[in-house]
Structures are given as C-alpha cells and as structure tokens.
Design a protein around this ligand. Structure first.
Ligand code: MEV
Length: 360
C-alpha cells in the first residue's frame, strides 16, 4: 500500500526525534472523527475525517536498566480520561508494534522500556483511541532510540497494531490521528485539505488563513452515546453480511463513495447546508446496514431538531459517537446542550475555517 503520495506531515511527526538520545522519548497523537465513508473505506471507497485536537494522547517511553542478556522487557500502561493512575496493559497489538519497530528502525539491541500512554480519548467510541495510542507509542520509541521515522514507516507501524486490534483496518485512523487538517483518504493515500483548524502543534490558524484555505466555516459537534461499540465486531459483522449479499455491498460502497465525493466539493466551495444534508444521508445508509443503534439515532434526530445542518454516526458504530454540523458557535452550544439532555455522556466541539480558533 502506498501512503506517501500526498502525505504532508512527514516532518510533523509529533515527536522530538533528532534531539539528543536520552533516557526518555515522547510521542503525540490525537483523536479523529470520520465525517464520511466509514466501513465503505475498508472496501476501497474514499472517506473524509477530521482530527480532534481536544483529545490528545501523549506516550512517554522510558529506558529501564537492562541487566544482561535475554528477551526484550517491555511494559505498557495506559491512563485513560478521568482515571488518575495508569493501568498496566497486556496488549498484543502494542507488543507486535514494538517487535516491528525494532525491525523497521534497525534496533538490534535488547530493548527494556516502560511505555506510559496518557490517552484523553475514550475507548470504544469510534474516536481512534487504539490508533492514536499506537501512533504516540511509535513516535515515543523513535524518539527514545534517536530514529526519525518517516510518515510511511509510522503509518506501517501503526497499521501493524491496528490490524492486530481490528482485523481488517483501512488505515484511515492511523493517518487521521496524526493529521492537522481535515483529511481525504482513499486506498492508503491521504491528502490534508486546506481548511483551517487549530490545536497544539497545528499550523497557526491565522497563517493558514493567509494561505487561502477552502472557505468552509462550521463546527462539528461530537457526542458520546455512552455505549461503547467494537470496531472489530462491526467490521466482521459487515464482512459476513457482504459475503452473503454482494449486491448490498456494491450498492452501499457506491452510494457512500458518491456522497463522499460530493461532500469534498461542498467543503471546497463552503456549502455548509449541503454538507450537512449529506451527513444525514450517510447516516441513513449506515443505519440501513445495521451499524447504528437506537441511542445514536435519537442523538442524530436531537441534533437536527436543535438546528444542526446534519448529523450521523461516526466511526466503527454499534454504539460509540455521533457527529453533527453547526453553522455558528451559539448553535453548536445549543446542540451540545440538547445532546446532553438526550443522554449523551460527553460532547466535544471541533471548529473549522473562520471558527478555527473558537474556544468553548
Ligand atoms: C473505524 O474508525 C473506521 C472503519 O471504517 C474501519 C477502518 O476503516 O479501518 C469502521
């Protein structure tokens, strides 16, 4: 899979690689939300996603004193949102990642490290927690061992972990969790779109304005339904259904691809209402193939009734999150409030375009 065509963030890798080799290394990533194309993207359709900078992940890899020979000694601990302390994890996906990191980065020595991941992304929400943890861990290891990893290598390593975690992963999460602008993704190729966004380590929104980004001004309101969903289960469920009924697969993939292409034009031409309507249409397609839940459907209806231009489930589904589009900050706040009243346990607002620096 080629990933470097228009990847623009080879040097914005979230690590301090290049700094003197030391005792610790750090790596950063963040959450993502898929706007269009989840599930269809697994079958080659394009998808659109936004980074969620308000959900940061920081990994710190610390070298341990290694006595003598033997197998590598690697431990992982993750501190999640709201948890004060880090919980040790026995994660095969992260272990695979370290083994592959050694091969790709040419590390031949015995590795004895503790990797602590501070992850603000709730798990099982479709917001990219597994990919973001893997990305931050890869970058922390690269930093610790003094390796500057290019975008392709980071992508491949995150995919090793994602494939172990989810089975079949398209790669969109691996890239979107390190992107600093909305992202168009198809078959392993990604392009960041010139729409201003703001976040720590993001290009300055004011400078981005000077670079004539697309004039799409809106706020995406993300709501956690409070019921987690398994991406692996959802992807496997659809694979089974599509094997039994290939015509449904073809229709689903074709219709979602059409919506995503049209949404890309809406973004380029600043058509907020049209993009919103397509979000709702993509939701209908996902609901019809069994990816939504009653709770998410209620949140989608609530967001639209509160003035959202459109709304849909986002990510792997079978629970998790939904995303709605608002055309101004006050409406975004109203939508978030109504979503809480309707049962959402958390909401986040991701402003883009001239609202990029909007603080909420
Ligand atoms: C998960 O965020 C998106 C899915 O399309 C799976 C994938 O693309 O790997 C459901």
């Amino acid at each position: 899979m080629a990933t470097t065509d228009s990847l623009t963030f080879a040097d914005r890798d979230g690590s301090a690689a290049g700094a003197a080799r030391g005792h610790t290394g750090t790596g950063r990533a963040h959450g993502k939300a898929i706007l269009f194309g989840e599930h269809a993207v697994v079958y080659g359709a394009p998808a659109l996603a936004i980074p969620v900078p308000r959900l940061p992940v920081t990994a710190t890899a610390t070298r341990l004193p290694s006595a003598g020979e033997g197998a590598d000694q690697i431990s992982f601990a993750i501190a999640g949102p709201g948890t004060g302390s880090a919980t040790p994890v026995e994660a095969d996906d992260l272990r695979h990642l370290v083994a592959e990191f050694k091969v790709r980065a040419g590390v031949t020595e015995r590795v004895c490290v503790d990797v602590l991941i501070d992850c603000a992304i709730p798990r099982g929400c479709g917001l990219g927690s597994s990919a973001a943890c893997a990305r931050a861990a890869v970058l922390a290891l690269g930093d610790l061992f003094g390796r500057r990893l290019d975008a392709r290598t980071v992508f491949d390593l995150v995919q090793v972990s994602e494939t172990a975690a989810h089975g079949r992963a398209s790669g969109i999460d691996a890239i979107a969790t390190g992107a600093t602008a909305p992202l168009y993704f198809r078959a392993g190729l990604a392009r960041e779109l010139p729409v201003a966004m703001a976040g720590e380590g993001f290009p300055d929104a004011a400078r981005a304005g000077a670079a004539h980004p697309w004039e799409f001004d809106g706020l995406f309101v993300i709501a956690d339904s409070g019921a987690s969903g398994s991406t692996k289960e959802a992807v496997e469920m659809l694979r089974g259904a599509f094997e039994r009924d290939p015509r449904t697969k073809e229709t689903f993939v074709r219709e979602v691809a059409g919506l995503t292409h049209a949404a890309l034009r809406d973004l380029g031409e600043g058509r907020v209402d049209d993009l919103g309507a397509r979000l709702t249409e993509n939701h209908r397609l996902l609901r019809d193939i069994g990816i939504s839940t009653e709770r998410i459907d209620t949140l989608v209806e609530t967001a639209i009734a509160a003035g959202g231009r459109g709304a849909k489930i986002s990510g792997g589904g079978l629970g998790g999150c939904m995303v709605a589009l608002a055309d101004d900050p006050r409406r975004a706040e109203t939508i978030a409030g109504r979503l809480h009243e309707a049962g959402a346990v958390r909401t986040w607002v991701v402003p883009v375009g001239r609202f990029a620096s909007y603080a909420h």
